[in-house]
Design a protein around this ligand. Sequence first.
Ligand SMILES: Nc1ncnc2c1ncn2[C@@H]1O[C@H](COP(=O)(O)OP(=O)(O)O)[C@@H](O)[C@H]1O
Ligand SMILES: Cc1cn([C@H]2C[C@H](O)[C@@H](COP(=O)(O)OP(=O)(O)O)O2)c(=O)[nH]c1=O
Length: 205
Amino acid sequence: MFIVIEGIDGAGKSTQTKLLAEWFEEKGHEVVLTKEPTDTAFGKLIRKLVLTGGKEGIIDGARISHEAEALLFAADRAEHVSKLIKPSIEAGKIVISDRYFYSSLAYQWARGLDLEWLIDLNRFAVRPDLVILLDLPVKESMKRINGRSIKTEFDKIVELQKKVRENYLKLAERFPEIRIVNALASVEDIHNDIVALVEHELFKK
Ligand SMILES: Nc1ncnc2c1ncn2[C@@H]1O[C@H](COP(=O)(O)OP(=O)(O)O)[C@@H](O)[C@H]1O
Ligand SMILES: Cc1cn([C@H]2C[C@H](O)[C@@H](COP(=O)(O)OP(=O)(O)O)O2)c(=O)[nH]c1=O
């Protein structure tokens, strides 16, 4: 089974992926908890070039293009799918990813790239059984992020986060595997909502 948790920065993805992994482990399942961008060389390159917003991202004095950004995230994902996600699913493990293909659609589309191109670029990405979209207003997520020490370039741009949120909600209309969960609730209530969705998916299967 392959489950993805999506949402804008500060929605509660890392918090909920850990709780869901523990829930599966308590039921005796073997869980692979992963994230995008990954911690491989590709993920490190992305953080260096894209997320710092600092001088590392500058090549010949200009920030890398949005197209190059999208290609980097897709390259990281191609390795992630072939080396970790697919083999783990085939081995009968529960894979839970903090961000995946839908982040590329929501964020790079917000950066002005063509949605159909982004979907084509990621056609190799095996589709999850369930995608949990943690949805909340940006003013709340910003409050949560401000409590965090390290901020990425994306975190700080409120306008971008608003566009990303709108994009996610549009994607939820297009991709039936996406389920929207109210991320304004308490950590425990969100976890219970996610468990209810997972149980439904497990029994439905
Ligand atoms: N339901 C919640 N209500 C209030 N604060 C939360 C909730 N879930 C997470 N947080 C806090 O908000 C911040 C962002 O949570 P995190 O899980 O890191 O979000 P993300 O991974 O989506 O960026 C953290 O400080 C976390 O403790
Ligand atoms: C996976 C992915 C992330 N992103 C953005 C979303 C986040 O703002 C940023 C980093 O993701 P984030 O989840 O914050 O990673 P970390 O916690 O390691 O910093 O990258 C994209 O723009 N496209 C993608 O395909």
